[in-house]
Write a protein that binds this ligand. Structure first.
Ligand code: ZN
Length: 242
């Protein structure tokens, strides 16, 4: 079984579809998991929600998802992000908002736990440092977990002093006894200087997780963002991966 693991799609239809096409070019995709921030920032929240629902994706909620469906305010967001949340919310149907509102903050599935930020603070914590990884491991009930939120592809192995390892295109991990935290990076708004969208392919037969970077039609997403009235910088940053 081949599972596409994404996070932080942020209403970037072109990004998500490029990831799925890349994975499907190498074989069937049997499942999709998303570690939150399905909407916000980008121009196509309904198309992204529609594709995830069509595929029966396992999803948890991120901060942008919670704000777009009205479960929380945008006081903690910067001005551009808050404006994008409002624009996204206005594009959604009542049914799509209700779907977002039903998403859990944490999902356990087999050997994996999905959460947007961290198990200590599912919505807001950026898991970036070893001490945060230790606290997260302390709450992790499955062998492996998937986080998002930072938009940075990485993995952490549980040890006395866990180190956070940045994942490059093509990096692969064999799943074994050791406990792991992985971040697939962003399938909608990369922030590590590489504008290509990012995902993990989980092959449960081979017991591997492989990170991939994929080019997509950035100009098309940017044009749709401008047409939707989204902040100019939000569109420009896609070209730089920042
Ligand atoms: Zn995000």
């Amino acid at each position: 079984m081949r599972t596409v693991i994404v996070s932080d799609v942020h209403s970037n239809r072109e990004g998500l579809f490029a990831v799925l096409a890349h994975a499907e070019a190498a074989g069937p995709v049997d499942a999709v998991w998303c570690a939150g921030d399905i909407v916000g920032y980008g121009p196509d929240p309904s198309a992204v929600i529609g594709e995830l629902r069509r595929r029966g994706a396992l999803c948890v909620a991120g901060n942008h998802d919670r704000a777009a469906c009205g479960l929380m305010g945008t006081e903690e967001f910067n001005a551009a992000a808050a404006s994008a949340v409002r624009i996204n919310a206005a594009m959604l149907s009542d049914q799509e908002r209700a779907w977002l509102a039903r998403l859990p903050l944490v999902a356990e599935h087999g050997d994996f736990t999905l959460v947007h930020g961290s198990l200590r603070d599912p919505v807001w914590e950026y898991l970036l440092r070893p001490g945060q990884a230790s606290a997260h491991f302390g709450l992790q009930r499955t062998r492996y977990s998937v986080v998002g939120h930072s938009h940075l592809p990485f993995w952490v192995e549980e040890r006395d002093s866990p180190g956070i390892r940045r994942a490059e295109d093509g990096d692969a991990l064999e799943l074994g006894e050791r406990r792991l935290i992985v971040n697939p990076g962003s399938a909608g708004q990369p922030r590590d200087g590489d504008p290509r969208v990012s995902y993990i392919l989980y092959d449960d037969g081979a017991r591997t997780l492989t990170w991939h970077r994929v080019e997509y039609d950035i100009a098309s997403t940017q044009a749709r963002m401008r047409a939707a009235g989204l902040d100019r910088w939000l569109a420009e940053r896609l070209a730089f991966g920042r």
